[in-house]
Design a protein around this ligand. Structure first.
Ligand code: PLP
Length: 408
């Protein structure tokens, strides 16, 4: 008999986005003339930078000739891209990250989800709450948690509450954990972790022989100079942290697919016999077995953003979304709502008024302003009472949505 992995049955269905779609289509059917504006999306809407388009076309031309054709690429990614990333995102900022510590992938979702495979099943995990759901769900699938309890928490997971009360900066647990998932800038709260907060986490991780899994997929959106873009800006991080980055939101690659993981050479984990094993070797083994590389043309497209022209285009792209973020944040504040994020991230996290639940606020916004956002409760129990709007929409729709909310 083929038994299934019963851990999958612990997961609730993909309730959040299907429930949003259901409520929106029910509303649209009842109000066919309503002009609904969607500010719930986490996908980009503006075109790829022209430098990337040109590089992808050139690379595709190379593949059309036997002399320049390329088949399987190196599993860790082409040197040209790993070296460009090391030079621009790390070395130029005075950070000690080398090309041989970078693993190119087809996006951060797979990396954040797959990384847990190289750790023991009895690892104790700590996860920020609310946060990108992939970290928790992949650990549930792997069997690293118990069941979902009636309060919305999974048994056996250490949740790290991030609410207005602690400035959305999770507190250090007063017990031992092995793996810590941190996301900064955070999806959905749009808030960031300070250097001091990261320093505390690094001290904790080193004292507990724990590993920090640091997702900075939105690093390109950081505008304030004091906010760290990489965990390796903090001393000691190379001994305890893995970093995930993506070209998705940095350069509009959500459909094109490219991301990377940094695993420092010196980073090790304990084997059952007590010996220390470099985590980089395990990840390389995992990737060479289960992954066959990111498309050559995509890696050329990603490399192109590190030219001067590419940097200018990416800056303009991120600037477009960040101006939307400013419009949303100002619009909400003017309307008397309390809003967080939107300064170093494309997400604005608002407190629902009058203690409304996330879903009640969703319904109210849809029916009174015809604007769709995302209920905070969908990102973890501590997201209840909050609501996420994104700045990835078109400018005119964003302005119109804010005018409608102001009129509510
Ligand atoms: N990490 C965070 C925090 C995200 O919000 C997302 C996407 O929304 C990802 C990772 C995954 O990005 P991608 O797989 O497109 O690189």
């Amino acid at each position: 008999m083929a038994h299934i992995n019963d851990n999958y049955r612990k997961l609730p269905g993909s309730y959040l986005f299907s429930e949003i779609a259901r409520r929106v289509s029910t509303f649209q059917a009842a109000h066919p003339d309503a002009n609904i504006i969607r500010l719930g999306i986490g996908d980009v809407t503006q075109p790829l930078p022209q430098v990337s388009v040109d590089a992808i076309k050139r690379a595709a031309d190379e593949l059309s000739h036997a002399e320049t054709f390329r088949g399987y690429g190196p599993e860790q990614g082409y040197d040209f891209l790993r070296e460009a990333i090391a030079a621009h995102n790390y070395k130029r900022r005075g950070l000690d990250v080398n090309a041989d510590e970078i693993f190119i992938s087809d996006g951060s979702k797979c990396d954040c989800g797959n990384i847990q495979e190289i750790f023991s099943l009895d690892s104790k995990i700590a996860i920020a709450d609310p946060v990108y759901p992939v970290y928790l769900d992949t650990n549930v699938m792997a069997g690293r948690t118990g069941s979902l309890m009636s309060d919305g928490h999974f048994e056996g997971v250490i949740y790290l509450p991030c609410t207005a009360d602690n400035n959305f900066s999770p507190s250090i647990p007063n017990e031992h954990v092995d793996l810590i998932y941190l996301c900064s800038p955070n999806n959905p709260t749009g808030t960031t972790l300070s250097k001091d907060a990261l320093k505390d986490w690094i001290n904790y991780a080193r004292a507990n022989d724990a590993i920090i899994l640091y997702d900075s997929a939105y690093a390109a959106y950081i505008t304030e100079p004091d906010v760290p873009q990489s965990i390796y800006e903090i001393e000691g991080a190379r001994d305890c942290a893995i970093e995930f980055r993506s070209f998705s939101k940095t350069a509009g690659f959500t459909g094109t697919r490219c991301g990377y993981v940094v695993i420092p050479n010196q980073l090790t984990g304990a084997a059952a016999d007590g010996s220390r094993v470099p985590l980089k070797n395990l990840w390389l083994r995992r990737q060479t077995t289960k992954f066959n590389g990111t498309a050559y043309i995509v890696q050329r497209g990603a490399e192109a953003i590190y030219t001067d022209e590419g940097q200018a285009q990416v800056k303009a792209l991120v600037g477009y979304y960040m101006e939307n973020a400013r419009i949303i944040r100002d619009g909400l504040t003017t309307a008397g709502l309390t809003a967080y994020g939107g300064v170093n991230a494309p997400y604005i996290w608002l407190k629902t008024p009058d203690g409304m639940s996330s879903w009640d606020f969703f319904d109210r916004l849809l029916s009174e302003a015809n604007v769709v956002g995302t209920p905070g409760a969908g990102f973890g129990p501590c997201g209840e009472g909050y609501f996420r709007l994104t700045s990835f929409g078109a400018r005119d729709k964003t302005i119109e949505a804010m005018a409608r909310i102001a009129a509510m």
